[in-house]
Design a protein around this ligand. Structure first.
Ligand SMILES: NC(=O)c1ccc[n+]([C@@H]2O[C@H](COP(=O)([O-])OP(=O)(O)OC[C@H]3O[C@@H](n4cnc5c(N)ncnc54)[C@H](OP(=O)(O)O)[C@@H]3O)[C@@H](O)[C@H]2O)c1
Length: 294
């Protein structure tokens, strides 16, 4: 299968290299800056061609990957459609986590027969850095979501398997929720740990020492979630229904980090929902905790 890349940055170039290693054939490269397209072309040993326009870059390929920043994908797609740049049939993918395949609708509308252009998104749960020749594959063993039209999902699964990654599918309309989940799991974990480190610094520990003492606790908790699930991994004052301790926490945080006592309360409110599922705390304890968090 021949493929083209429009948007030759971190993700586009890595994708081009590892798809080529997997036996896909690079056909066209286009990027806003010609030197970026040249770098990607060079990374695949100069197979395929560099083009001066996006519509020419995809005319000979079976698959087009639009790997521009998220806010440019829809416009790039409709621009190619306006120039009748899509080959029929072909598949068009983007790699955004938050956006769905719907933003590629203009590609389908440009087809003589609507169904002869597959539109989809594949989102690698990975953080890409600029491609370097000696690096290991950033795709190997990772998880990649696949979403889109029936044909796109079929081809998306083949692409993910060829990249030696694992695929899972999600409904098109759930794409934003899926991305919010990834942000909560990864970015907000950083936020929470930073909050904890800050509290320990208020308790006179250095940042390094704070992380050092928290690390086994964090890793142990992740391990418990993996082995027992969140409900049974939960420990601490909310799980025990200890409203006196929780109330003292809130007072201490209000004194030293007043802007963030609300963060503690919101997290507590969600935690109380988990604790309730254990059915180990009384309705009186639930009501006392609930009052503290609201
Ligand atoms: N980076 C990650 O870790 C990661 C992870 C998963 C998914 N993604 C997704 O991958 C996509 C690309 O992200 P990225 O991080 O690889 O971005 P990036 O490194 O900034 O690369 C984007 C590339 O697109 C080019 N470009 C910008 N506007 C363009 C246009 N109108 N036409 C053609 N080319 C254009 C850029 O400019 P130049 O040609 O000037 O260089 C750049 O080379 C996004 O949808 C992102 O959500 C990224």
């Amino acid at each position: 299968m021949k493929f083209s890349i429009v948007g030759c940055g971190r993700t586009g170039t890595n994708l081009a290299v590892y798809l080529t290693k997997a036996g896909f054939i690079p056909s066209g490269f286009f990027s806003k800056t010609r030197s970026s397209a040249e770098k990607a072309h060079h990374a695949v040993n100069n197979v395929g061609q560099i083009f001066d326009t996006a519509e020419h870059a995809c005319q000979n390929s079976d698959i087009l990957f639009i790997t521009t920043p998220d806010d440019a994908i829809e416009n790039v797609c409709s621009y190619i459609a306006s120039k009748n740049g899509f080959k029929h049939p072909m598949s068009v993918f983007h790699l955004s986590g938050a956006l769905s395949s719907k933003i590629l609708n203009s590609a389908q509308k440009s087809g003589a027969i609507k169904s002869d252009i597959n539109i989809g998104s594949i989102h690698p749960l990975q953080s890409f850095t600029p491609y370097e020749k000696e690096q290991k594959s950033p795709f190997s063993g990772i998880n990649i979501s696949v979403e889109g039209s029936e044909g796109a999902v079929k081809i998306g699964k083949k692409i993910v398997t060829a990249l030696k990654a694992n695929y899972f599918t999600i409904p098109t309309d759930a794409k934003m929720l899926y991305h919010a989940a990834a942000v909560v799991a990864s970015n907000f974990l950083v936020t929470l740990e930073d909050f904890a480190i800050n509290l320990l610094q208020k308790a006179d520990l250095s940042e390094e020492k704070a992380y050092e003492i928290l690390e086994p606790l964090i890793m142990g908790t992740l391990n418990n979630i993996k082995n027992k699930g969140s409900v049974h991994a939960l420990t601490g004052p909310v799980a025990r229904g200890d409203s006196d301790i929780v109330s003292s926490h809130i007072n201490a945080i209000e004194k030293d980090m007043p802007d963030f006592s609300l963060l503690y309360k919101v997290m507590g409110k969600y935690t109380l929902n988990i604790a309730k599922q254990r059915k180990e705390i009384s309705s009186e304890q639930i009501s006392k905790l609930s009052k503290l968090f609201n």
